[in-house]
Write a protein that binds this ligand. Structure first.
Ligand SMILES: [Fe+2]
Length: 443
């Protein structure tokens, strides 16, 4: 079996004995620490490391007369260098100050240049967790004449260093010649099991809100504030089609006031929802009594998700989840009633304060959000509003996932990492029966 620490790492791949025991080898798993890119000048290379010493990524061209890039990361520095050919020494690429918005008066910048989109220190080796390794990644992108380096999930918002190049200098289309990447940890090649390769570079992140093709507008395409389900990982697409429909709601003909009945039931510890909440607070699964919510399972376990794939979650006002990691699963979440704030983080690592990624987003009735192995994988949901919030969470493992991690890793308030087994507080059918009796009695 895999160790729990693997699952803060989206690039985890099975050990050889697990491959033999029935798993399918992941096509992106690298047998050695030197990665050959399928298409020259395109790809993402990630490594998992606990080092506090030095990591080097050396991106080489096919021949000695073409450029080489070298990124060196230590606990005190992060430097990108380049040489035009093998007979030259490496030279630092000039660093410019990062500004979120370019001022028109500035004019074009002299290529090549490097900048740190966050504080330069955030690009250094992450030495804050003593127990858990960190994922470090580089992205080579000849199409955008860009090099990126980041940590944790391989997406644009976790980029810590970015470089822009002249694609025709020192030689015409030189980035197309970039063919292989060697990764050194403290001067030695890093084990192949700790390396992952994706033939696509890190480009633009997708927005958290999902809409149907009927809803997407030209403005959405332009500003990319919402995405159609078609842009999501296949698992999210399948889930979206199951739950996006109008009838997946709490306003069925047989119980049109189900949401109000749940809200009522949560507010009294003698009623069904209030009683389960009190029991859960006593059990204190997440080591914080305000981090309790009800998990009402809908349907049965289809063996392709962590626990039952459809879960109606009930969030009383003031309650939240802990910050947790979905172990590479894909998911979509539909708000059925009320509102909830969703915030995203970079990693769940024992002893380390997670860093928030982007701004929290308020999701209200009818909104659908998603998560995949590259984006939004680590989040926290919090009901900061006056009524109960009811959401439908839907989970699925992607076909490329050979491991099916059946847990959610979470951090408690003391930053201890623990694992949560997705459980059921009630089945949907049972809860409806009990709520109908309560609601009829009330009226
Ligand atoms: Fe979650």
């Amino acid at each position: 079996m895999a160790d729990a620490e693997h699952f803060t790492d989206p690039f985890w791949a099975p050990e050889p004995d697990e491959i033999l025991s029935g798993g399918v080898p992941c096509s992106y798993n690298a047998p050695t620490a030197s990665i050959e890119m399928t298409i020259g000048g395109l790809g993402t290379i990630a490594v998992r490391s606990k080092t506090t010493g030095q990591l080097e990524f050396i991106v080489r061209s096919a021949g000695p007369d073409s450029p080489t890039l070298k990124l060196t990361v230590t606990a005190e520095s992060c430097v990108l260098q380049m040489k035009d050919n093998d007979s030259e020494p490496f030279r630092d690429i000039p660093v410019i100050e990062y500004r979120a918005e370019t001022r028109k008066s500035e004019g074009p910048k002299k290529l090549p240049y490097v900048y740190y989109p966050k504080q330069p220190e955030s690009a250094y080796l992450n030495v804050r967790s003593k127990k858990d390794p960190t994922v470090y990644w580089i992205s080579v992108d000849r199409s955008n004449k860009r090099f990126r380096y980041g940590q944790h999930l391989t997406n644009a918002s976790l980029t810590y260093l970015e470089a822009h190049f002249d694609g025709d200098r020192p030689s015409k289309q030189w980035m197309d010649q970039l063919k292989s990447t060697q990764i050194l940890q403290n001067g030695r090649e890093i084990p192949g099991n700790d390396v992952r390769y994706d033939p696509l570079p890190v480009t633009m992140d997708k927005p958290p809100l999902v809409v149907s093709d009927e809803q997407v507008s030209l403005e959405d395409l332009d500003k990319y504030h919402r995405t159609t389900y078609a842009n999501l990982p296949p698992g999210c697409q399948a889930l979206y089609h199951n739950i996006a429909g109008h009838n997946v709601s709490l306003e069925s003909a047989s119980f049109p006031q189900l949401a109000q009945a749940i809200d009522y039931s949560c507010r009294d510890p003698r009623l069904v929802c209030g009683k389960i909440l009190a029991q859960k607070q006593k059990k204190n699964e997440f080591h914080d009594k305000s981090k309790t919510y009800l998990r009402i399972t809908v349907g049965s376990n289809l063996a392709n998700s962590p626990g039952i794939p459809y879960v109606m979650e009930i969030w009383p006002p003031g309650h939240s989840s802990p910050i947790h990691d979905h172990g590479r699963a894909s998911a979509v979440i539909k708000v059925l009633y009320g509102s909830i704030d969703c915030s995203w983080y970079d990693a769940v690592q024992d002893g380390r304060e997670p860093q928030q990624v982007g701004k929290p987003h308020k999701l209200s009735k009818g909104d659908v959000t998603w998560l995949g192995d590259k984006q939004f994988q680590i989040h926290k949901l919090e009901n900061n509003y006056k009524t109960v919030c009811i959401t439908l969470q839907c989970y699925q493992f992607e076909q490329s996932d050979n491991e099916h991690y059946e847990y959610f890793d979470f951090l408690d308030n003391d930053l201890h990492k623990d694992r949560f087994v997705p459980n059921s507080d009630r089945s949907y059918g049972e809860l409806i029966e009990e709520l109908k009796i309560e609601w009829d009695r009330k009226h």
